[in-house]
Design a protein around this ligand. Structure first.
Ligand code: HEC
Ligand code: HEC
Length: 326
């Protein structure tokens, strides 16, 4: 009995070490429960039409299935909604927002941002608080979540609760995780070949670590509108932040966990399928982007056989969690 326990705990330890994801979160506490409710709360938007969950749907690994997001007022944004799974361990958030290094700082963007308007809370700050304060259960729920804060419910609390909930969105139940934990039956032969190929052709130069991203910024050659590597207006990536020519079209390397569930792909949702993404890597870019002078030097064309493609797709499928947070 004791031996079996010891074996189990070694196994548990090796799972943690191999996938390096945080341990499953503690049972929901009042703060997390409040955050989970607020995440689904449409009254948090200016016109009461949209909640975080509308763009980050659990069944789609917390994405929305659209090329680019649709805000509460009908404004179509310029970025694809990323998954929120494991967002608590990302060192930097957003497709090209090196300034967003905490979930609290990030939450300000969908709530109050005006370029584009997402939840449209800017200008409606007080009326949103009034709505929540008038609710039969929120005041009590906030008091339970913030027992040492005597002020009536306020925005800082809303943001802390949302962030606390987001930190519980941990995943690590994919076949790939079981493989990392030395379950040699976890990956099909095709997925194993896909994983090897993924390493051999250099995908891991950028898609590395537990979330298959090193959180660096790269231009993968999607556009080259002017021969100097220009991306479309509003899609210039890191360049919009730094103004440096070399940052044109550079976006943060996305996590590939649950990637089979997060179509469409890229910062602007301009690839409908994973097969389309493989076409881009095969050609070393897309269209004239192949010859972009600011494309990452790591992205030379790659010859994929039909078998290679099927293997890579099998590997991607093995990155899907079997259990997703509700
Ligand atoms: C209108 C759709 C929409 C709504 C509503 C929305 N988001 Fe997002 N979310 C996005 C898009 C698009 C991005 C990527 C933005 C970017 O990088 O420019 C994003 C990015 C994020 C990120 C960063 C993820 C990463 O991988 O870096 C977090 C965290 C996040 N949203 C949380 C929230 C929370 C919390 C709410 C509610 C307060 C919310 N979102 C509401 C569309 C939305
Ligand atoms: C030089 C860094 C780099 C290398 C090497 C690289 N990628 Fe990427 N990958 C990125 C970046 C950056 C993006 C996002 C680009 C954008 O949206 O403009 C991306 C996007 C993706 C996506 C879409 C994910 C999503 O959610 O939108 C997939 C799938 C992908 N890469 C797979 C691969 C595969 C397979 C390889 C190897 C053949 C590879 N990558 C090599 C940097 C890299």
């Amino acid at each position: 009995m004791r031996l079996r326990l010891a074996v189990l705990s070694i196994l548990a330890l090796s799972i943690l070490v191999a996938c390096a994801l945080p341990a499953p979160s503690a049972p929901a506490n009042p703060l997390v429960m409040l955050g989970a409710r607020l995440f689904r709360e449409r009254r948090l938007s200016g016109n009461g039409a949209q909640a975080c969950v509308d763009c980050h749907q659990p069944a789609l690994a917390f994405t929305d299935g659209r090329p680019t997001a649709l805000g509460s007022t009908g404004e179509v944004g310029v970025r694809n909604s990323p998954s929120l799974l494991n967002v608590g361990i990302l060192p930097v958030l957003g497709w090209a927002r090196p300034d967003l290094t905490s979930l609290e700082a990030q939450a300000i963007v969908p709530l109050f941002g005006t370029h584009p308007v997402e939840m449209g809370a800017a200008g409606a700050e007080q009326s949103i608080l009034d709505r929540l304060r008038a609710d039969p259960t929120y005041p009590q729920q906030f008091a339970a979540a913030f027992p040492n804060d005597p002020k009536p419910l306020h925005w800082e609390q809303i943001i802390s609760a949302l962030a606390a909930y987001e930190r519980t969105l941990v995943s690590g139940t994919s076949p790939y995780d079981r493989w990392l934990a030395r379950d040699t039956t976890a990956l099909s032969a095709a997925a194993q070949r896909g994983l090897r190929l993924f390493q051999e052709v250099g995908c891991t130069a950028c898609h590395s670590g537990p979330l298959l991203t090193n959180s660096s910024y790269h231009n993968v050659g999607l556009y080259n509108l002017d021969g100097r590597g220009a991306y479309p207006t509003g899609q210039a990536g890191l360049y919009e932040v730094t103004g440096q020519a070399r940052d044109m079209g550079r976006f943060r390397v996305p996590s590939l966990r649950n990637v089979a569930r997060t179509a469409p792909y890229y910062h602007d949702g301009s690839a409908a399928t994973l097969s389309d993404v493989l076409d881009v890597y095969a050609a070393g870019g897309r269209g004239t982007g192949v010859n972009s002078p600011v494309k990452s030097p790591a992205l030379a064309p790659i010859t994929f056989t039909p078998q290679d493609r099927a293997d890579l797709l099998a590997f991607f499928a093995a990155l899907s969690d079997e259990l997703l947070p509700p």
